[in-house]
Design a protein around this ligand. Structure first.
Ligand SMILES: NC(=O)C1=CN([C@@H]2O[C@H](COP(=O)(O)OP(=O)(O)OC[C@H]3O[C@@H](n4cnc5c(N)ncnc54)[C@H](O)[C@@H]3O)[C@@H](O)[C@H]2O)[C@@H](O)CC1
Ligand SMILES: Nc1ncnc2c1ncn2[C@@H]1O[C@H](COP(=O)(O)OP(=O)(O)O)[C@@H](O)[C@H]1O
Ligand SMILES: [K+]
Length: 459
């Protein structure tokens, strides 16, 4: 797992390093990392550095000084002022300045790389008009952009995105910040490279899951295992009309390694058994249940029966509309942005502008774990802790992926994993299946790749 730190947490961590050693020069370390990444991205040709007024600009200027030893480096002092020592170093290394915004834009024609060192941890969201125009020109002309710490214009801690740089690569320090992992900002960061500058990373309530975590935690059977100890998952999903949702969820559950799948939903039993002969029809002993996918409508009576099972539930789709008032400890709710908006009584745009905040709020209100589905997937616990799942290609944005995901999560919950782990690992393994088998596979085909993904998880 990799920790994500907010702007304030990063500043506190830096402060602790300085308190211990007032002479430590973090900027030189940061700048060296930026220069290295710049050379990797564009080994030759002129580099144009957009320099802001603070320490982010300072990083850019010291990186410029290093780069100027071997190539042409141009500076645009976009705020009219800049870090004094950094500017002196860059000037004495031979960097030249472009005088005004129009000249800066004109130099884009032959720049092999732009370094965005306008703002970092001190950023207010948005950009001054000249810088916004320049950032848009970089994007329009497809000039590679290396963002120092973060693309300028984004709020470090995420939030709505207005004018900002769209980075090809972001070189950040010590740890990722929320803007690197939370949409909509994350999509502006490109590949994120984390440079170690000797600042210890504190534990926080936001982290991202990695493939090695799946390898370590995947519930693998041993000689003492039997179908019950591996986990029995009961699905009350699907209906005459949406029978496919049942098949998809069952497929997800089976291919994730359930000890047994029981089916007690509304899809025709012949259809279920014809496709999955190992499924046992009807209710019975189980360790977790999946409800809601493909019901076709919120159904209070069906929900009440599920509650009576006394099992940890994965609550998907239509069942999200008939949640009980409480008693959902250990449950997993799996809304997409629209469903989460309805749960919170806000607009979908509000959820999309602050998915982390919305998922946290729903988890807190309902006392259950919430997996917010989408391009980035967030697992929020009632405590406020959030785990971001491994990200996959956008091919899984298709009808039926959510049904499969609910089934996978059901299997992991039945295996005894806590809801946050079941959710984060379920979403991640589905993303990895799509990553390893890129292309527009329908969701039922993707489930068939899950076993090879699980068998080959990289620790
Ligand atoms: N604190 C440190 O010593 C270290 C900081 N580092 C760098 O320093 C950065 C943080 O530096 P600062 O705290 O000086 O903050 P920044 O350099 O990110 O920005 C602060 C300055 O930008 C202006 N500004 C903010 N948002 C603006 C906007 N939307 N439009 C126009 N101007 C805007 C502010 O008025 C202020 O002058 C980090 O992101 C990192 O790049 C690194 O050198 C590592 C060590
Ligand atoms: N842009 C995207 N990139 C990758 N996966 C996505 C994206 N958008 C949605 N998904 C995934 O697609 C699925 C959609 O779920 P959902 O909307 O419930 O669909 P359904 O109910 O039809 O199965 C979820 O697994 C979600 O994580
Ligand atoms: K920046």
């Amino acid at each position: 797992m990799k920790t994500v730190v907010t702007a304030q947490q990063m500043r506190d961590a830096e402060r602790a390093v300085w308190d211990a050693d007032p002479d430590v020069d973090l900027m030189t370390r940061a700048a060296a990392g930026v220069a290295r990444v710049a050379d990797e991205m564009a080994p030759e040709g002129p580099v144009l550095v957009v320099v802001g007024p603070g320490n982010n600009g300072g990083d850019g200027l010291f990186a410029a000084a290093t780069l100027a030893e071997s190539r042409e480096v141009l500076l645009w002092l976009a705020a009219g002022r800049a870090h004094d020592e950094g500017l002196a170093a860059a000037r004495s290394a031979g960097c030249r300045e472009v005088g005004d915004p129009a000249s800066a834009r004109a130099r884009l024609a032959d720049a092999s790389l732009v370094i965005d060192a306008f703002t970092g941890l001190g950023a207010r969201p948005g950009l001054p008009p000249d810088v916004a125009t320049f950032a848009a020109a970089c994007e329009a002309w497809q000039v590679p952009v290396l963002a120092v710490d973060q693309p300028s214009g984004l709020g470090t801690d995420g939030g709505p995105v207005g004018h900002s740089f769209n980075a090809t690569v972001t070189a950040t320090f010590a740890a990722r910040k929320p803007c690197h992992v939370v949409e909509p900002a994350a999509s502006r960061c490109g590949d994120v490279v984390v440079q170690d500058i000797g600042v210890p990373v504190p534990a926080t309530d936001l982290r991202i899951l990695e493939e090695s975590d799946l390898a370590n935690w995947w519930p693998t059977p041993d000689a003492a295992s039997d179908k019950y100890s591996r986990g029995v998952v009961l699905l009350d999903t699907g209906s005459e009309r949406y029978a496919g949702a049942a098949l998809l969820g069952i497929s997800g559950a089976l291919h994730a390694g359930a000890g047994m799948v029981r089916y007690a939903g509304g899809a025709p039993s012949g259809l279920v058994l014809g496709r999955f002969p190992s499924v046992v029809l009807g209710e019975g002993r189980a360790q977790a249940a999946v409800v809601g996918s493909g019901w076709g409508e919120p159904d209070e009576a069906r929900m009440a029966r599920a509650v009576e099972l006394g099992l940890p539930l994965v609550v998907d789709a239509d069942a999200l509309g008939v949640l009980p008032d409480g008693g959902m400890e250990g449950w997993l709710l799996t809304p997409h942005a629209g469903e989460l908006a309805r749960l919170l009584g806000v607009g979908r745009d509000e959820v999309e502008a602050d998915p982390l905040g919305a998922a946290r709020e729903a988890a807190r209100r309902h006392g259950a774990t919430v997996l917010l589905k989408g391009a980035a997937q967030y697992v929020a616990e009632p405590s406020g802790r959030v785990t971001v799942a491994v990200r996959g290609p956008n091919w899984t944005a298709q009808a039926g992926s959510g049904d499969v995901l609910a089934g996978i999560c059901g299997t992991l919950l039945a295996a005894g994993l806590p809801a946050w782990k079941a959710a984060a690992m379920g979403a991640s393994v589905q993303a990895l299946a799509a990553q390893r088998h890129p292309g527009p596979y329908p969701p039922d085909r993707l489930t068939e790749f899950l076993p090879t993904v699980v068998a080959n998880l990289d620790a």
